[in-house]
Write a protein that binds this ligand. Structure first.
Ligand code: AMP
Length: 416
């Protein structure tokens, strides 16, 4: 195993990575000037043909890091699946598909996204017409393999993206079944923000002497994010959120809740007054989720309230603020959530604010240990009513703010 440090790679150009002329032109046309550290480290190793584990935080350009080497292996004249990318969520599927198409430009990479919640017919038709790269969530992929519709015998590269997350969601048995259906003579890439023991075991079992590219120790979250926490009583959270929105006036904000029900409740409270707010969680139909995400991308929505599973696939460079309305229970989810802002393609700094109740101190500490950084407290001073502790007897200001959501800039975008 080789480990590559970030400093040794930062001056590298795309020309130095061993990718084809076509890929160099595509990268230029997309507007990427220099490779990100994970790209600079991962691509040259991957194009040599061996297995690679890339441990990189989200928002660092990891998608292009594996898509470029995958494209190098595709014979575009043949229309059978030659690469399969497994990801944890539908939204991430779309992001990977888009990157494959953008970075293949004239070569015309044909992709199919295989996810549940979409008509299977469309996916079958696409497969019958012929595709180069299959991108999917493990459940539906297994389904199509089982029906004899998807054949993987022409696969040369398998990618497990956000492997830690896929295992968290319980996709392990499906992933293993899929890997066993792929030819043994293949290349396997595994991308993961973290490599806990279950991911390591998967790698040991299904990868051959992988190179390990670890950029995670350089700080888990992206430097362009200002991160804060704020202590607040459970029953004051809504008021605190409103106050933060008033103070921050975010360009676009993603609010995370722990449960679908929590998203729903919070959404209902805002939707009474504001039209440019939406929510997204796993119970909503795929076409509704797609439309919501599209509106968010187009800037027609100012605030999106989401749960982790759907939230993590959101790649919208205009997101300026992440608010963890509920502190994540797993510290890795914090890293993934916060990675939704301060994206590489955005020049703006992102802000992430986590609401913490007094009882949740340990969760905050676990996050701080994970990101190796103490979070400063967000200054809601002057708004003592939101804070935990003795100040809570001054409840009037919160009531006032809660009932008059006073952030007119939030209502000036109407949803089409
Ligand atoms: P990812 O970590 O793959 O989700 O990528 C985060 C964002 O960075 C995406 O919006 C990409 O389009 C963008 N990106 C990827 N590689 C580069 C690069 N070399 N230069 C600038 N932006 C990039």
């Amino acid at each position: 195993m080789t480990t590559v440090s970030e400093e040794t790679r930062t001056q590298v150009r795309f020309e130095d990575l061993g990718i084809s002329q076509e890929s160099l032109e595509a990268v230029r046309s997309v507007g990427y000037e220099t490779p990100s550290p994970i790209q600079a480290a991962f691509i040259p190793v991957a194009v040599k043909g061996g297995d690679v584990i890339g441990q990189a935080r989200t928002g660092t350009g990891k998608t292009a890091a594996f898509v470029l080497p995958v494209l190098e292996r595709i014979d575009f004249a043949s229309a059978r699946p030659q690469a399969i990318v497994l990801v944890p969520t539908r939204e991430l599927c779309e992001q990977v598909g888009q990157e494959c198409r953008r970075l293949s430009t004239d070569r015309g990479c044909r992709t199919v996204v295989i996810v549940g919640g979409r008509p299977m017919r469309e996916q079958i038709d696409a497969l019958n017409r012929g595709v180069h790269v299959v991108i999917g969530t493990p459940g539906r992929v297994i389904d199509l393999i089982g029906r004899g519709i998807l054949r993987l015998d022409g696969v040369k590269v398998v990618v497990l993206d956000e492997a830690d997350r896929m295992l968290d969601i319980g996709f392990r048995p499906d992933i293993e079944k899929i890997l066993r259906r792929c030819p043994t003579e293949r290349q396997t890439f595994l991308l993961s923000a973290t490599v806990p023991p279950p991911v390591e075991r998967l790698a040991q079992r299904y990868m051959r002497n992988p190179d390990n590219i670890d950029l995670s120790s350089d700080g888990v979250t992206v430097d362009t994010i200002e991160q804060y926490y704020v202590t607040v009583d459970e029953d004051r959270k809504f008021g605190a959120l409103v106050r933060i929105l008033e103070l921050e006036r975010p360009n676009q904000v993603l609010v995370f809740t722990r449960t679908k029900r929590g998203s729903d409740k919070l959404y209902q409270r805002f939707a009474k007054r504001l039209s440019n707010v939406a929510m997204m969680h796993g119970d909503l139909q795929q076409n509704v989720r797609d439309r919501t995400l599209q509106k968010f991308r187009e800037g027609k929505l100012r605030m999106l309230i989401a749960t982790d599973v759907v939230g993590r696939g959101i790649d919208v460079s205009t997101v300026s603020h992440i608010i963890n309305y509920d502190i994540p229970e797993y510290h890795d989810d914090y890293v993934h959530r916060v990675g939704r802002t301060g994206r590489m393609s955005s020049s703006e700094k992102g802000v992430a604010i986590t609401l913490v109740t007094k009882e949740q101190g340990e969760l905050l500490t676990a996050i701080e240990m994970r990101i190796n950084k103490m979070l400063p407290e967000y200054d809601l001073s002057g708004y003592e009513a939101f804070r935990a502790g003795p100040a809570r007897k001054h409840v009037e200001p919160e009531r006032r703010v809660t009932h008059e959501i006073d952030f007119p800039e939030f209502s000036d975008l109407s949803v089409a």
